[in-house]
Every structure is written in C-alpha cells, then in structure tokens.
Design a protein around this ligand. Structure first.
Ligand code: CTP
Length: 395
C-alpha cells in the first residue's frame, strides 16, 4: 500500500524521537519514498545523520537552507502524506493555530497533503484542555491521529501519552491510500436530518439534527462503490456527489420514502432524528394565541426502524441512539426491539458529541453482543468505521 508513496516524516522533540527511526526503517522496507524533516528540539534527542543513513536522503532541518531554496514549498508539494511522529504538544498547538515558524510547521501550512499525527508527551500535557482543544480543531480539519497509548511515561509516571506503536502508525498510514471498494453492487439507503411535524402552517415540532452524520454516511457509501439513496429531512447541507437524494419534511413522508426503497435495499441506516410525536390534528389555519395556556394533543409517529425490523429479510439494519444517559441499557433495548444489526450510540452530553458538531464519540453495540468504544473522531471517520463494521456482517 505504501510502495512508491511520497511520505514526509516530520520528527519533533520528544524522548520518543528515536522511535521515528524504527518507523522510517519500516517505511523504507514497505517501498515508500521518505524525506525527513526534523525540528530543532528533535535534533537534541537524535542526530539528523541517523535519519540520513536510514532514508538515504539529506535530512531537512532549517527553513533557510541555502542548498534547498523554498524547501517548505517544494516538500509541501512533493508529499502524498505528512506523518508527524512523534508530535509534541507544541507541534500540535502550532499546527492547530496555523503558526509557521520553522520548516515543519511552514510546510504543513503550505501543503494540501493529508496529515497523520502520532502524539507523544507527558500525560498531564495530553489531557490539558489546551491540548484537547487543539486536537479537536485538527480532527475537524480532517487531520488523522494515531492516538497515544497508556503506559509508563518518561517522567516515571503512568499515564496516557506514549507514542502509538509503529504497527498502529503504519496501519493508519495505509488507510489513507486504501481505496475501499467493498460496496460495489450494494444498494444503500441512508436517512438524515430532522423531520418537521406541522402544528399549523407556521409552527412545527422537530428534533435537533444537523444531518452531518447521515450525509457523511451517504458520501462514504458512495465512495466505496454503493448505489446510494439519501432520504433527507430539512438541512443546510449539500448532497454528496453521485447520491440520489430525496427530500422529505415529515416523519410520515420519510417513512413512505424508506418503505418504497427498502425491498431492494441491502443496507439501511436510519441516521435521521425522526420526531417521535406529531400533532393529532394539525391546523390548516394559523392558530391564534388565545389565553395563557395552549394544549396540543400529540400522537406517535410511525417508528420507521421498528417497522423495518419486522419486514427485514437479508438487509443490514443500522440505527442510532442519541442518549444523555451513559447506560448501555437504552441502546441495547433499541437493538433488540427494532431487530437491528448495529446500534451506534452517542452520549450527547459529551464534549465533541453535541448536536451540530463535526465530530462524534460513539459506541457500537452489534447483533452478536459485541460492544466497541471509539474516541473523538470526525463524522467522516465514524462513517468509515460504520461501513467497516457492516462489511463484517456482509462477508
Ligand atoms: N427512528 C425511526 N422512527 C421514528 C423514531 C426513530 O426510525 N419514529 C429511528 C431513528 O432514526 C434512530 C432510532 O430509531 O435510528 C432511534 O431510536 P428511538 O427509540 O426512536 O430513540 P429515541 O427517539 O431517542 O427514543 P427514546 O426516547 O425511547 O430513547
């Protein structure tokens, strides 16, 4: 996967800097073209000569090298992927804030290449709100992380901050170049966004939902070769290219659209926040305010997923569970009651998993009783993980 790929390895100053030598050796063994950029601090831990010998190339250390004019631009254009391992708290902070005060930070700013960071630092530094905030900014921008591990740190304390193992970093790198086409000939239907249940011509009942998760799922399925139908409630999002998008407003309209395609669908994901109740008798005229109280009679909408659970034959059925309670009981109840293959649960009270956010922190509960917890990830990455999981069911 990494053969002939242009990998720019950025090394920053950490006790783990020497591990970048091992990573470099693996990259070369995998046939990658590697150029190394070291920060000043990294050179305090390991010499450029070691990287030069292993890469067979000059090592770049300075923004102003007379032998490499405009290195920050030429390297930025050369790289298919920039890997920063180890990435210190300082490096993460600079890149999150667009600071360009040395060669590595300048070329990152100048480059359109994908970025992977493997942080390594003291546990206190890793969990400080400032670092968390910077990491969140980078995740939102699409930077991927090989997350640090828990273990013995340089300080002698135990904590989270150890550089991810070489195999994990390599694996993450390969994922950038892996064009998964594992959904070719599959039909996927995704619902997204909220539904609006009218009370009168100007008022409605709805749920909070940006639609971002559903749109990310539709995009991911389409990129993996599926024929995708996106059934969307009102959002401000642009539909992904190549996706057949059907716009609906109410839960009943969404139900009708879903039931129409379900028979010929292989994978159905209900990411929409369907309103659970609607007005029993919506008024065709605007209701005038009259008195201090107003009673509205509500009735349940069709539970689309539950109905699909009854109709399902070979289809893979995925539901979401947005909860404020961390207990497993609610998602597990949905899994069982709606005959689902997978429930993607998220606790909406957690930072990074709020409504409207570009990120999410999810837990998978699958039909085999397996529970998998994930860290803060972009919604694109969550979508990728969901289809990886579905792929396991299909094959
Ligand atoms: N769903 C659906 N039809 C509805 C309501 C929800 O298909 N009328 C789907 C959602 O798209 C989501 C899942 O069901 O995939 C959520 O399950 P649900 O039990 O409706 O969750 P909540 O509305 O949060 O219900 P509760 O208040 O019972 O937790």
């Amino acid at each position: 996967m990494l053969k002939d790929k242009n990998i720019l390895l950025g090394v920053t100053g950490s006790i783990a800097s020497y591990k970048a030598l091992l990573l470099l050796r693996q990259l070369k063994a995998n046939g990658a073209n590697v150029k190394v950029v070291m920060t000043k601090a990294a050179q305090k831990f390991v010499t450029p000569l070691s990287f030069q010998v292993l890469s067979g190339q000059n090592v770049y250390t300075d923004l102003f090298m007379p032998t490499h004019e405009m290195a920050h631009i030429t390297l930025a254009e050369w790289a298919d992927l920039i890997v920063i391992a180890p990435a210190t708290a300082n490096c993460i902070a600079k890149i999150a804030n667009g600071v360009a005060d040395d060669l590595l930070s300048s070329l990152v700013l100048a480059s359109a290449a994908k970025i992977l960071m493997a942080p390594a630092m003291d546990g206190e530094m890793w969990t400080k709100p400032a670092t968390e905030k910077n990491v969140e900014v980078l995740v939102k921008e699409g930077v991927r992380f090989a997350w640090p591990e828990k273990g013995l740190l340089a300080s002698g304390k135990t904590g989270e901050g150890r550089l991810a193992p070489e195999s994990v970093i390599l694996n993450e790198m390969e994922r950038f170049f892996k064009k998964k086409e594992d959904l070719v000939s599959k039909k996927v239907c995704v619902t997204a966004g909220p539904t609006l249940e009218p009370i009168d011509p100007v008022r409605f009942i709805s749920n909070r939902s940006s639609g971002k998760m559903g749109y990310a799922l539709a995009k991911e399925a389409s990129e993996r070769g599926a024929r995708v139908t996106l059934i969307s409630g009102p959002t401000f999002l642009k539909p992904p290219p190549g996706v057949d998008t059907i716009y609906v407003e109410t839960g009943e309209e969404m139900a009708a659209a879903v039931f129409k395609v379900f028979e010929t669908t292989d994978i159905l994901i209900m990411a929409a926040a369907v309103a659970d109740y609607k007005a029993r008798r919506p008024s065709s005229d605007k209701i005038k305010k009259d008195g201090n109280e107003f009673t509205l009679e509500l009735v349940k909408t069709t539970d689309i997923l539950k109905e699909l659970g009854k109709l399902k034959r070979e289809q893979v059925l995925v539901g979401f569970a947005a909860e404020t309670d961390p207990s497993d009981a609610y998602p597990l109840k949905k899994l069982k009651e709606k005959s689902l293959d997978l429930v993607v649960a998220n606790n909406i009270t957690l930072k990074g998993a709020e409504f409207g956010s570009d990120t999410n922190i999810v837990i998978f509960f699958d039909r085999n009783g397996k529970k998998e917890e994930f860290p803060l990830l972009s919604k694109e990455k969550v979508a990728e993980n969901i289809f990886d999981k579905i792929h396991e069911f299909i094959h």
